[in-house]
Design a protein around this ligand. Structure first.
Ligand SMILES: *[C@@H]1O[C@H](CO)[C@@H](O)[C@H](O)[C@H]1NC(C)=O
Ligand SMILES: *[C@@H]1O[C@H](CO)[C@@H](O)[C@H](O)[C@H]1NC(C)=O
Ligand SMILES: *[C@@H]1O[C@H](CO)[C@@H](O)[C@H](O)[C@H]1NC(C)=O
Length: 518
């Protein structure tokens, strides 16, 4: 966070005037407010010359400076970001920006497990990886740069994506501290892409990337009233991302609107030779003409949506269930066909990682894939899971490190490769998915299943299926909740149609009231 303070002195009243510039010249009097501004708003403002990438970035830096001590959403700011913003401004003046597309000049925050081959560290929130040197950009970071995005910094996260210990609270890491929900500070940000969701929710940056193994994009998006897309496993490259398990890991956008998330998704999908097998398979799902064509206001029309009550909606309190009934009505009014009260076969096994096999398989896969990741680093204080465990032992005097322990690390370290137990576990998850979600969706000819918050995450996780979370309301205590549209592999186009149409019909996101902290 070592930012020269003169950057902030530049944020004079002239910028504020620029930010309140009139949209559409003399014919429209709508004002452009930088908070809640979408990628399209920002690009329009760039084109009119009311806003530069530098001014936008400076605004976000200022806001991050003000809010981050409270929210702990950002671990590091990119010391090269202003240079990148200036370059985007120069390219735009020369007329070269258009070729790059929607992310040109837009600041993007990356979860701290997504490697960048620059001056930023990539540590999964842990001091064990501080000072390590990655060989290159991750596949998704490379694609973002190609699209002209400005790399804003690294987002805080649940340390090691929740793989160190069960006792680590969501949003906490040794390097980042405790990330806070901007709506209700005591509520917790939920799961591991916490900083990515907090930062966009609090308007500290335009858009962000998170990663999901089981719920880590969907849950923080729901809890922070933003939109998260968990892509089909293999649609986005995992190369250069600190892994949990390649069987389930996926990288996706966390943004304030479906449209923003779709633009980021479009920039990061596709083949990557360093994650060749999965991304070759995933590339087959990319529609000709990209994903933006599915941002249709009437996207719910004719769609068949399966409602999962038992185990899912039924486990929420009455007021949330009532809100969901209203949402179902809204969907029907927009032409959606709701198939109610469906059940997934063997759901109790699917949602319990000790019964599905997820726990057994992930422990072994995590050790193998983390060791492989660490062995590729150019420099690193730790080269294996064992080194990380020893590092934590040695530094157990650090704040809260002893208290939280490292029980999952120890379980994983105890495994050696994919033996009979792991192979059986993986086969079991395959069967549960085929006989579960896949059969249900085919039999009922569904386009999506809908569930509240992240409660459907394990269904999507073990099958490698995609999901999109959209803001769905606020509990009485002010904590946001989301609605998740989940579907079969490669169904992003349909999920985007439904999520966008729902968002446009409801517009439930309101920014958190953080005025007293600014
Ligand atoms: C920068 O932050 C300060 C408070 O920290 C605020 O008063 C000022 O208006 C901000 N400027 C911009 C451009 O956001
Ligand atoms: C990365 O970590 C090193 C400490 O090893 C620190 O000096 C440096 O400032 C960090 N980079 C950024 C961009 O914060
Ligand atoms: C390690 O594995 C052995 C044998 O499978 C088991 O008895 C032991 O409890 C395991 N230890 C941990 C920490 O999981």
């Amino acid at each position: 966070m070592a930012l020269p303070s003169f950057f902030f002195l530049l944020l004079s009243s002239t910028l504020l005037l620029a930010l309140l510039a009139v949209v559409g010249g003399t014919t429209s009097h709508a004002t452009f407010n930088i908070d809640e501004a979408t990628i399209d708003d920002i690009q329009q403002s760039f084109r009119r010359g009311d806003l530069t990438s530098r001014a936008l970035l400076e605004h976000y830096l200022n806001r991050t400076r003000a809010l981050n001590p409270l929210l702990r959403a950002v671990i590091e700011l990119n010391p090269d970001a202003l240079r990148q913003a200036d370059r985007a401004d120069r390219e735009r003046r020369r007329g070269d920006g258009k070729r790059r597309g929607g992310l040109h000049g837009i600041p993007v925050l990356l979860k701290d497990n997504i490697a960048t081959g620059d001056r930023l560290n990539t540590t999964a929130g842990s001091f064990a990886l501080l000072g390590s040197l990655v060989p290159r950009d991750s596949g998704v970071a490379r694609k973002l740069r190609r699209a002209g995005a400005v790399i804003f910094g690294k987002a805080s996260m649940s340390e090691w994506a929740h793989c160190r210990s069960w006792h680590i609270p969501s949003g906490w890491s040794a390097r980042g501290g405790q990330g806070r929900n901007p709506y209700v500070l005591s509520a917790g940000p939920c799961d591991s892409s916490s900083g990515s969701a907090i930062a966009v929710a609090a308007n500290m940056v335009s858009v962000s990337l998170g990663t999901e193994t089981a719920g880590s994009i969907i849950c923080p998006s729901a809890r922070n009233s933003v939109v998260g897309i968990k892509p089909t496993v293999g649609l986005t490259s995992r190369a250069g991302v600190i892994p949990v398990t390649p069987r389930q890991d996926t990288i996706g956008p966390i943004c304030r609107t479906v449209s923003d998330a779709v633009q980021v998704l479009e920039a990061i999908v596709g083949f990557d030779e360093r994650d060749a097998e999965a991304t070759r398979e995933g590339s087959r799902y990319i529609p000709l003409g990209g994903y933006r064509q599915f941002l249709k206001k009437d996207g719910l029309k004719g769609k068949r949506l399966g409602v999962l009550r038992k185990v899912f909606l039924d486990s929420y309190d009455e007021s949330i269930q009532k809100t969901f009934e209203e949402h179902f009505d809204t969907m029907r009014q927009r032409g959606g066909i709701l198939i109610d009260d469906l059940e997934i076969a063997n759901v109790e096994s699917i949602i319990d990682p000790t019964r599905s096999g997820e726990f057994v398989a992930t422990a072994a896969e995590f050790k193998m894939s983390l060791n492989a990741y660490l062995s590729e680093l150019i420099e690193s204080p730790v080269r294996s899971l064992l080194d990380v465990i020893l590092f934590n032992d040695k530094h157990s005097n650090q704040e809260r490190t002893k208290e939280f322990g490292q029980d999952f690390f120890l379980v994983a370290q105890n495994r050696s490769g994919l033996g009979a137990a792991e192979r059986a576990a993986i086969a079991n998850m395959g069967r549960l998915s085929t006989e579960g979600l896949e059969r249900l969706m085919k039999e009922k000819q569904l386009d999506a299943v809908v569930t509240p918050d992240a409660i459907g995450s394990r269904v999507l996780a073990i099958g490698g299926y995609p999901g999109i979370s959209v803001p769905a309301g606020y509990r009485r205590d002010g904590v946001p909740f989301g609605i998740c549209f989940g579907g079969l592999k490669g169904s992003e186009p349909k999920l985007i149609e439904m999520a966008y149409a729902f968002e446009q019909a409801t517009k439930l996101r309101t920014p958190p009231a953080l005025k007293e902290h600014l």
